[in-house]
Design a protein around this ligand. Structure first.
Ligand SMILES: Cc1cc2nc3c(=O)[nH]c(=O)nc-3n(C[C@H](O)[C@H](O)[C@H](O)COP(=O)(O)OP(=O)(O)OC[C@H]3O[C@@H](n4cnc5c(N)ncnc54)[C@H](O)[C@@H]3O)c2cc1C
Ligand code: FES
Length: 363
């Protein structure tokens, strides 16, 4: 106990010193104009030194995924820094493997541009754009889920792959923040973007979406994400989701049925209780038209008095019951909370899925 007060004072002094150094750097140190070389001369940028690599790239209209909005808590903003990035910071190491550190991988939101920098980013990211769009439709799906459809204004078209996401810009007391939302509308609908958002109490981005009105104008960047649908119609597709993880799976399933109406496609979705079920009727209608589309919803906590006649229990148990063990070509797309993804991956591996054919987003 007697050591607690000095330790607290010492800790407070360190935090104060770090804050003072940050402020001093901002106002007293001038790094001048620095150059950023992207992909060996593909783009040459000139930016004000002293800012983070993430904001310098954003300013130059190169939009790196940043689901946490630059707070250093998502690990999405990875870029390879070939020179000029300084040493790897303790705030980055939790998100980087040793191999990534060796290859020069860094978190763009933590790297400060203090000299000329050379970076390498996937070509895909050079196609990410900033969009403005009008809210064209809002639909309440459950007590806490809303579907929002945005009609694109500028640019008027988007080119996306099923399963990708956008980063919506939402106002907050600290300024504009970005939040990632998966696209639920299929790539064939190039003029609009639909998202499905669960309200997180007190959450900035989700409250913003739930309070939108038709006619409002929104801005977002995108598309982002690594989901890649196998184009081989003989490869079966398995979608598994829960909670707010509906949007990318709806996009994948709709795209599969649009392009290959006979293709084998499974749609597993876990909800807590009947009040959390949505889109089931739409999927059942699709299943009537597409005999190889199988829809399985399961409730983990069904109400005793409910007339639910579907499956119960966690969704990975439904997967275990329905999927055969096989080494045939199959691809799985998963979206939902981390414990669900972990349980589902274990079942899929036992069923013979190749880890390279499993794609997931956790949230
Ligand atoms: C790739 C990707 C795709 C995503 N797609 C979707 C999607 O399609 N639909 C969707 O609804 N969400 C999706 N998310 C989650 C979304 O980006 C936000 O994290 C979520 O909406 C919460 O943001 P917020 O601004 O409302 O809350 P914040 O202001 O960020 O957080 C407010 C508080 O709530 C806590 N919190 C944050 N997230 C959650 C959560 N999920 N559950 C409980 N507490 C939380 C925080 O710790 C904080 O205390 C996706 C995330 C990623 C990374
Ligand atoms: S933007 Fe989230 S860690 Fe960098």
């Amino acid at each position: 106990m007697e050591y607690l007060l000095p330790a607290l004072i010492f800790g407070g002094l360190l935090v104060g010193l770090a804050a003072a150094l940050t402020v001093a750097e901002k106002f007293l140190v001038n790094y001048g104009i620095c150059k950023i070389d992207v992909n060996a001369g593909d783009r040459e940028l000139e930016v004000d030194g002293g800012q983070t690599l993430l904001s310098a790239l954003n300013e130059s209209k190169i939009f790196i995924p940043s689901a946490c909005g630059g707070r250093g808590s998502c690990g999405y903003c990875k870029v390879t820094v070939l020179s000029g990035g300084g040493p790897v910071l303790p705030t980055e190491t939790p998100f980087l493997t040793r191999a990534e550190v060796r290859s020069g991988m860094r978190l763009a939101c933590q790297v400060k541009v203090r000299e000329d920098v050379e970076i390498k980013i996937p070509e895909d990211l050079l196609n990410v754009k900033l969009f403005t769009a009008e809210v064209a439709g809002l639909r309440e799906l459950t007590h806490d889920m809303v579907e929002a459809t945005f009609a694109l204004q500028n640019p008027a078209e988007i080119s996306q792959r099923a399963g990708q996401y956008i980063q919506l810009q939402a106002p907050s007391p600290e300024g504009i923040v970005s939040r990632a939302y998966s696209i639920s509308s299929p790539p064939s609908d190039a003029h609009s973007v639909q998202i499905v958002v669960r309200l997180v109490p007190g959450g900035i981005g989700s409250t913003y979406v739930h309070n939108l009105n038709e006619g409002d104008v929104v801005t977002f960047t995108g598309p982002y994400g690594d989901f890649r649908l196998n184009e081989d119609p003989d490869a079966a597709i398995v979608c598994v989701g829960g909670g707010s993880g509906m949007a990318p799976l709806k996009n994948v399933a709709t795209t599969v049925l649009e392009q290959w109406p006979e293709r084998e496609c499974w749609f597993f979705f876990g909800c807590r209780a009947t009040g959390d079920v949505f889109y089931l009727n739409e999927f059942e209608e699709l299943a009537k038209k597409h005999p190889n589309f199988k829809v399985i919803y399961a409730l983990s906590e069904p109400e005793e008095a409910s007339d639910w006649s579907g499956e119960t229990g966690f969704i990975h148990l439904s997967l275990d019951r329905h999927l055969e063990t096989s080494d045939r070509k199959r691809q799985a797309f998963m979206c939902g909370p981390p414990p669900m993804i972990e349980a589902v991956m274990k079942v899929l591996e036992e069923k013979g899925f190749d880890p390279d054919d499993m794609f997931y987003d956790e949230f």
